[in-house]
Design a protein around this ligand. Structure first.
Ligand SMILES: Nc1ncnc2c1ncn2[C@@H]1O[C@H](COP(=O)(O)OP(=O)(O)OP(=O)(O)O)[C@@H](O)[C@H]1O
Ligand SMILES: [Mg+2]
Length: 268
């Protein structure tokens, strides 16, 4: 049994009651490759409040991407459940699940999966086109989003010609173009130099605030992680209990980076 890291009932501010937007219950994921079974997630219990900005840390292979994929309904758990508010994802019809993936959640992939031969605007517009929006509308909204992520004037440039940091901005704009409530970003600052990583992190912080998002970032960057509201450390298939510092490499790294454990009510 894992640990619920935050008290669902605790008060945010004087009057607002916390609202759990995402919840994982005894989440387990196994992969079979040949005769071998790999179980990156052994049992995750997790409760995320609307408005939180959370970092998921852990060594490579710890299951950060796997966890984000399960939360986004891009993959299904072997056991356990994910709830979006009161909705149990496993109980949703395919059309409702598609709605959840396309509208409720914005996903930034670990390798951003842009279409290199399409323009920045076409890449950002893609989720709107999937929703059945007219091309002209989608491209106009995409242009606004590109401006918002600092790429005004680059709408017509092929994605493959942009720098790594610029491509990451396009991927973030694409994740947000359908107005999701939740942003899941898988190593959004990976493969970037320190300055670009800082700029992307600040961009996500700003978008998180201005668009009232609930955001979860998987990251190896512990100094950025400790600037979020809460750090979840994945190790050996579990989340490190909130009352303890994790024991292994992630824990040592977290300790040396000054990542402490936040108590309910203590927010960034
Ligand atoms: N589709 C799959 N089939 C088989 N094994 C998989 C699959 N996806 C993930 N795994 C395995 O599950 C484990 C966790 O992978 P995951 O990508 O979630 O780790 P991660 O924490 O995101 O690592 P990184 O920091 O390197 O991105 C790894 O051992 C990986 O090989
Ligand atoms: Mg990963």
């Amino acid at each position: 049994m894992g640990v619920v890291l935050i008290d669902e009932a605790h008060q945010v501010g004087a009057t607002t009651r916390a609202e759990t937007i995402l919840r994982a219950e005894a989440l387990r994921k196994s992969f079979r490759s040949g005769s071998q079974e790999i179980t990156p997630l052994e049992g995750i219990d997790l409760s995320i409040e609307r408005g939180e900005l959370i970092a998921v840390v852990g060594p490579s292979g710890a299951g950060k991407s796997t966890l984000l994929h399960l939360l986004a309904a891009l993959d299904t758990p072997t056991n356990g459940e994910v709830y979006f508010g009161a909705k149990l994802l496993r109980s949703l019809a395919e059309v409702e699940l598609a709605e959840y993936r396309n509208r409720a959640v914005g996903f930034v992939w670990q390798r951003h999966h842009l279409l290199p031969d399409f323009t920045a605007a076409e890449n950002v517009a893609m989720p709107m086109l999937v929703q059945g929006q007219a091309l002209s509308t989608a491209l106009r909204v995409a242009g606004d989003w590109l401006a918002e992520v600092g790429l005004a004037g680059r709408a017509g440039q092929r994605a493959g010609e942009l720098s790594g940091g610029e491509q990451q901005r396009v991927a973030i704009a694409r994740a947000l173009v359908n107005g999701p409530e939740i942003l899941l970003a898988d190593e959004p600052t990976g493969d970037l130099d320190e300055r670009s990583a800082e700029a992307i992190f600040e961009l996500i912080q700003r978008l998180h605030r201005t668009h009232h998002l609930t955001s979860i970032l998987a990251t190896h960057n512990l100094s950025l992680a400790k600037r979020t509201d809460r750090v979840l450390a994945l190790e050996h298939g579990k989340l490190a209990p909130s009352a303890e510092v994790p024991a292994g490499a992630a824990g040592r790294a977290a300790r040396s980076a000054g990542i402490g454990v936040r108590t309910p009510g203590e927010r960034g």
